[in-house]
Write a protein that binds this ligand. Structure first.
Ligand code: SF4
Length: 265
C-alpha cells in the first residue's frame, strides 16, 4: 500500500517479502548461467589471456580442453563476475567515447580486432584501439581494460599493472606485438565496487612479448607431439596449484590439480 504521508515512517502494512525469494531467484539465475556456460564450445586455441600464468602444464590442459577435476568447474558466482567484467568493457568504452576519444572496438563485420597465428592455434582479441583523443599521448594505442574488485584494484593503482598483474602485462605486450601497436598502451582498471577508473600507459616490452609468444609455440608443439609439459610446482600444496600468493603474484586455484598430481605419482 502507498504511504501517502511519505517520510513519516508509518506504513499501513509491512512490504511483501516472502522468505526465501532471494534464494529462489538467485538459484534460478545460477542454474541458467551454469547451463549456458556448459553449452559453450571449448576454446581450441592458446589464448593470450592465460599465457602469463606460471605453469605451462596448466595452460596446456586449458588449450587441450582437458576436463576439469570434478567440482572445479567455474562456480556460478565466478560466471557472474566474468560477465560483469565483459560488460564493464562497454561501460568504460562509452566513457572514453563520451570524453572525445576515437576508440575502435570492432571491425566492420562486428567482430573484435585480433590476431590468429599457428594455423589458428594461438589467438587473441583486443578490447580496442585508440586512434585519437583529447589527451596528449601517442596514437594509435592499444586499449586494454579489466574490471577488478577493490583489493586488486588498489594493488594495481599502487604498484602498476606490470608488477601487480604480470598476466595482464603479458597479454598487453602480445597484443602490442601482434597488432603492431608499439606506442604505449592505455590500460584501464575499473573498480567493480566504487566504479573508480585507474588509467596508466604501458610501454611496449618486446622481450616480454617474445617470451609469451615462445610459450604459446611450446604449448602447441608439445601438444602435437603428445608430450605433457612440465609442472611449475614441486608439490600440490604450492600456491600455484591450490591458489594464493607466491613470489608477489596472485594465482587462481588450478582446475586440474587431481589429474596433474595423479600423473606425477
Ligand atoms: S596442479 Fe599445479 S603443477 Fe599441476 S598443472 Fe595445475 S598449476 Fe601446474
Amino acid at each position: 500500500m502507498i504511504d501517502l504521508n511519505h517520510g513519516s515512517g508509518f506504513q499501513y502494512e509491512r512490504p511483501e517479502r516472502p522468505p526465501g525469494i532471494g534464494i529462489a531467484v538467485n538459484a534460478a539465475i545460477d542454474a541458467a548461467l551454469v547451463e549456458r556456460s556448459r553449452a559453450e564450445p571449448p576454446r581450441r586455441y592458446v589464448s593470450t589471456s592465460g599465457l602469463g600464468r606460471e605453469c605451462l602444464r596448466q595452460i596446456q590442459y586449458d588449450y587441450l580442453a582437458v576436463p576439469k577435476d570434478e567440482g572445479r568447474e567455474f562456480e556460478p558466482n565466478t560466471l557472474r563476475i566474468f560477465e560483469a567484467g565483459h560488460r564493464a568493457e562497454d561501460v568504460v568504452a562509452a566513457w572514453l567515447r563520451a570524453a572525445g576519444f576515437d576508440l575502435r572496438t570492432a571491425r566492420s563485420d562486428g567482430l573484435q580486432f585480433g590476431f590468429s597465428v599457428l594455423n589458428g592455434r594461438f589467438r587473441g582479441h583486443i578490447d580496442g584501439c585508440l586512434v585519437g583523443g583529447p589527451v596528449a599521448m601517442a596514437y594509435p594505442a592499444l586499449w586494454e581494460n579489466k574490471a577488478v574488485g577493490a583489493a586488486p584494484w588498489k594493488e594495481i593503482v599502487k604498484r602498476g599493472v606490470v608488477l601487480a598483474r604480470p598476466i595482464y602485462a603479458a597479454q598487453i605486450a602480445l597484443y602490442q606485438a601482434y597488432l603492431d601497436l608499439p606506442n604505449p598502451a592505455l590500460f584501464t582498471a575499473l573498480n567493480r565496487d566504487t566504479f573508480e577508473l585507474h588509467c596508466e600507459l604501458v610501454t611496449f616490452n618486446a622481450a616480454l612479448a617474445q617470451r609469451a609468444s615462445d610459450r604459446a609455440v611450446e604449448i602447441v608443439r608439445a601438444s602435437e607431439a603428445q608430450e605433457l609439459l612440465p609442472s611449475a610446482a614441486v608439490n600440490r600444496s604450492s600456491a600455484i596449484c591450490r591458489g594464493g600468493w607466491s613470489g608477489g603474484e596472485w594465482h587462481a586455484p588450478c582446475a586440474w590439480q587431481d589429474r596433474c598430481w595423479r600423473a606425477a605419482s
